[in-house]
Design a protein around this ligand. Structure first.
Ligand SMILES: Nc1ncnc2c1ncn2[C@@H]1O[C@H](COP(=O)(O)OP(=O)(O)OP(=O)(O)O)[C@@H](O)[C@H]1O
Ligand SMILES: [Mg+2]
Length: 206
């Protein structure tokens, strides 16, 4: 595949959407083809699944059903959107991916990191990001930035602390594939750090 797959991960209100928009704008202004997408969702079936996952209407959804729905939406997303875009040479910028499932369902819900990861690896036929940008911030700071909490954002702070620790642990295992950014900094500082690392990734093709 000729494109690049860049994923943003991090807790609620860490600044993912803000930084994705800035990076997409920057790369587009350099004449590159950028596809911005998000999880769960990105396809009609995926958006329907997203509604089940995030709506407060389904507050009692079981942990395993939750994990399976995330994997189902992800598989559809890769098949219909991400792989075709990468094959066409685009830079795909995706809001959340497999590590969110490992962090939220594997560690947060304590379903087991390996099992949850395997589900998504199967669902996506093994597609992994070229670079994952982890925006790391204390959950109390991130959550204070969120105006109307959805079903997952309404979980207790300890859950979000587990998720944060899980993301940091995952990133520390593969430093070449992750950029961990202190997301308590200013929007501009964070954007500059991200631009530098992405330029490195694009290397000769920048
Ligand atoms: N570095 C920053 N410092 C202070 N506020 C920020 C920063 N980055 C983003 N914000 C603000 O915090 C809020 C959440 O940011 P954003 O929506 O980008 O986060 P997110 O990680 O996408 O959140 P969510 O998990 O809800 O999708 C927004 O109001 C945004 O303007
Ligand atoms: Mg967002």
């Amino acid at each position: 595949m000729t494109g690049y797959f860049i994923v943003f991960e991090g807790g609620e209100g860490a600044g993912k959407s803000t930084q994705e928009a800035l990076l997409a704008q920057e790369l587009t202004s350099e004449g590159k083809t950028v596809v911005r997408t998000r999880e769960p969702g990105g396809t009609p079936a995926g958006e329907a699944i997203r509604n089940v996952l995030l709506s407060n209407e389904y507050a009692g959804l079981s942990d395993r059903a939750e994990a399976l729905l995330f994997a189902a939406a992800r598989g559809e997303h890769v098949k219909q959107v991400i792989r075709p875009a990468l094959e066409a040479g685009a830079i795909v910028i995706c809001d959340r991916y497999l590590d969110s499932s490992v962090a939220y369902q594997g560690y947060g819900r304590e379903l087991g990191a390996d099992r949850v990861r395997d589900l998504s690896v199967w669902a996506t036929e093994g597609l992994l990001p070229d670079l994952t940008i982890l925006l790391d911030v204390d959950p109390s700071v991130g959550l204070s930035r969120v105006e109307s909490p959805d079903r997952l954002e309404s979980e207790p702070i300890e859950y979000h602390q587990r998720v944060r620790a899980a993301f940091l642990d995952i990133a520390s295992r593969e430093p070449d594939r992750y950029l961990v950014v202190d997301a308590s900094g200013s929007v501009e500082e964070i954007a500059t750090t991200i631009r530098g690392r992405v330029a490195e990734l694009l290397g000769g093709n920048a």
